[in-house]
Ligand binder design. Structure first.
Ligand code: ATP
Length: 434
């Protein structure tokens, strides 16, 4: 018997042995299941471990976490628990489940009676994601492959487990495209026919938009978002996001390519927004009139929404940023009202090196500059609290950005000159500090 858990990541291996020991002590059949099995066989890094047990998964998780000093979170409504290790390994514990769908596209209903391992594997999306590896003593490392996942993995095939799969859960349409593109696999012919047939049923309208959004976001987080969305368009499945969804694939490809060449500092700083930037690129083809309605359906944070709603202004903003002879403070004034995400987006949409450099300078330096004086300094000069303080401080900041007022002393003097009736007066000790 081949041991599929030989030669796996050492962090995973140690944790699997701990869980296995505890499961053996309790006499619980326990398995690693799902995507992690696929990735172990493919040799791809994955530190998210899914464990299913035929028995009480929550009690097992609590015991393992306690013995290891790891953090456990229990989800009583699902009968599951997650344990997080400091090494980055995350383990989800669940009892074997059998699911049914009250109506097509609905969230599955979990059967009250625990299912068998086979039931648990049968509710999964594709054969390559429906394998398990046993971790109990005597059986450690044995592959359980009831649905032909291994040959499909070897043959590069995405295949559903049964004919109703896409109708039961249409989010699997996006998942099929995602795994196909990520792994350079092919959706098998009968599966493809079922996928296209499901797209013509009412089931696709029964899915709550946030579920489509979650899968769409995962597609944008993959290595090649343009390939991902391009495939979705080929399949005629872009409309799952919204019937008005449109895509300019060339534009998305260009933004993806330019992201690869972004200065390391910027790429690192904005890596969490990477998916959002690609979302913005895919939203640019939709047009400002439809966007607010579409975005209203999805769980986006306020700033994310704001970034996307700024996208229709891309072309005029790029024209403004290309005007010859702009000072740095003029660039600052164009970009400051925008979100940081939009500034990065403009950087990636800029065709002229000069515009890209202007945005880079803003993002890496100018956006973070502040005047070296504050409102208190101005009040001491007799400026009344109100709009004037803000205006003077902005004026000082613009000059600082342009390299004209380097320190506090020169900024105090410049501020003094801006206060009506104070031109030329000095301000004692406050004026000398840097
Ligand atoms: P990734 O590597 O992107 O995390 P994954 O396969 O681990 O991929 P998850 O979304 O974390 O994907 O899901 C874990 C497992 O749960 C899958 O491998 C699959 O077995 C099952 N699963 C997830 N979503 C569905 C779904 N919509 N329908 C059926 N099974 C699913």
């Amino acid at each position: 018997m081949r041991n599929y858990l030989n030669n796996i990541d050492r962090r995973l291996s140690r944790i699997i042995r701990t869980i296995a020991g505890e499961a053996d002590r309790r006499g619980l059949p326990a398995y690693i299941v799902g995507g992690i099995v696929r990735d172990i066989i493919l040799g791809r890094e994955n530190l998210d471990l899914d464990i299913v047990v035929e028995g009480d998964a929550v009690a097992l998780a609590k015991k393992v976490a306690q013995a290891q000093g790891a953090v456990v979170r229990v989800y009583p409504e699902f009968g599951t628990a997650t344990v997080q290790w400091p090494s980055g390994v995350r383990v989800d514990f669940a009892s074997t489940r059998r699911e049914s769908y009250p109506y097509p596209g609905a969230l599955p209903r979990v059967a009250p009676s625990a299912g068998t391992l086979r039931d648990d594997l049968f509710r999964r999306d594709f054969t390559i994601n429906a394998m398990a590896v046993c971790i109990n003593r005597g059986d450690f490392g044995r592959l359980v492959d009831e649905f032909g996942g291994l040959p499909d993995l070897r043959g590069g095939t995405i295949r559903v487990l049964h004919d109703r799969s896409f109708v039961d859960d249409p989010t699997r349409i996006l998942r099929a495209a995602r795994f196909e593109q990520r792994l350079h696999f092919r959706i098998e012919a009968a599966t493809l026919r079922l996928l296209k047939k499901a797209l013509r049923t009412k089931a696709v309208d029964n899915v709550k938009p946030p579920r489509y959004f979650a899968e769409f976001r995962k597609m944008l987080s993959e290595d090649n978002p343009a390939g991902q969305l391009g495939r979705l368009e080929d399949l005629g499945a872009l409309g799952l996001m919204d019937p008005a969804w449109a895509l300019d694939i060339r534009l998305l490809e260009q933004v993806c390519k330019r992201w690869q060449r972004l200065p390391v500092k910027l790429a690192l700083e904005y890596r969490r927004s990477r998916w959002l930037i690609f979302f913005m690129a895919s939203a640019e083809a939709i047009g400002g009139r439809q966007l607010p309605r579409i975005l209203g359906k999805f769980p986006l944070k306020k700033e994310e929404k704001e970034s996307i709603l700024q996208v229709p202004g891309t072309r005029p903003l790029l024209r403004q940023l290309a005007v010859p002879g702009l000072s740095r403070s003029e660039v600052y004034r164009i970009l400051k009202p925008l979100t940081a995400g939009m500034a990065v987006y403009l950087r990636l949409r800029a065709d002229h090196v000069g515009v890209a450099e202007r945005v880079d300078r803003y993002l890496t330096r100018d956006a973070g500059l502040r005047p070296d004086i504050d409102g208190e300094d101005l009040k001491r000069m007799g400026v009344k609290p109100g709009k004037e303080i803000g205006a003077i401080l902005s004026g000082i900041l613009y000059q600082k950005i342009d390299g004209e007022l380097k320190g506090r002393r020169s900024q105090l003097a410049a501020a003094g000159a801006m206060v009506p009736g104070r031109e030329g007066k000095t301000d004692g000790p406050h004026q000398t500090g840097q």
